[in-house]
Design a binder for this molecule. Sequence first.
Ligand code: 13P
Ligand code: SF4
Length: 364
Amino acid sequence: MNDLTVDSPEFLAGIRTRLAAEDVPPVVEEVLTPQARADLVAHIKHLLVEKDATLVAHYYVDSAIQELAEATGGYVSDSLDMARFGTECAASTLVVAGVRFMGETAKILNPEKRVLVPAREAECSLDLGCPAEAFSAFCDAHPERTVVVYANTSAAVKARADWVATSGIALDLVRHLARRGEKILWAPDQHLGAWIREETGADVLLWPGACVVHEGFKAATIKHLQVEHPDAQLLVHPESPAEVIAMADAVGSTTGLIAAAKRLPAMKFIVATDHGIFHKMSEAAPGKQFIEAPSIGRGATCVSCAHCPWMAMNGLAGIAHVLETGANEILIPEDIRARAVLPIRRLLDFARARKAQVLGNNDA
Ligand code: 13P
Ligand code: SF4
């Protein structure tokens, strides 16, 4: 915590804001024969219609789930856009293939809908490293600051926030708040927060959380890979450490990185984010080659191997199971939901206004 600007360490002492490697589950991919996979896909298609359900998936989940979502009128995107889609789709049940906070965000915005998640244990190290009670005490100690929390947090943490932000909108939002003279308390991802502070020049106080996947990317090993592939450009998600971000040809949210793969001239990219994104990147930029940035390794065993172990818990069998049984329904106490919805709505309204402004500028 030495290089953090947290100025009240007493609020953080004793809180597990960072997960140890042994707290991270191993990545276990779903293994199915081609026939079993085809049968399950057909079964889920039938169940989605029967249960009036729509499948919404994050870019990091298995490509079979992403394909199924798109083939059935569902959606694949980043966390901001998944939330937006959930509010616009007509189905009475949403199946959210991602991690728990994504299911919770869907439920917070759509209390009348049933929200199911294929894997109840699909957590996020950022969410786990930001317990609501301690976070609330931290906020209480800094009443002069506007509280902006990353979407990767629990409903209870969102309920304590003034704004929710995703990596796709965080820079614009913090710039906007700083222009109004506001000082920011940012949680939980310290690397993303530090990048925002650097880019915007805003006064940002950081909660010291981290993503176990992105924090594993190391500048030195990426440099070695760049020597092997001198023609490759580097794409980096801003949850990565500052020295990795500093090397990047493009830094952005998952959607931003897919757009960069398409836009940038290289035919080859080293990608510092979860390799689940390769499915959509290859679709967006056909013919281009994508190489995983090396992730932290201990002997032959990676901690994350550039793949989120919690995202990997989403499988076709789990989707079929929750649709058949109604298991893993996300339920949020109404008092928390009613408070958490306010900063999320602010985010969606801000994102909508920002998009309209950008489109207006392009038309002008
Ligand atoms: P995006 O909002 O960029 O999709 O990121 C979500 C996430 O969990 C990244 O690790
Ligand atoms: Fe959380 Fe990191 Fe997994 Fe994203 S990749 S869900 S930030 S643990």
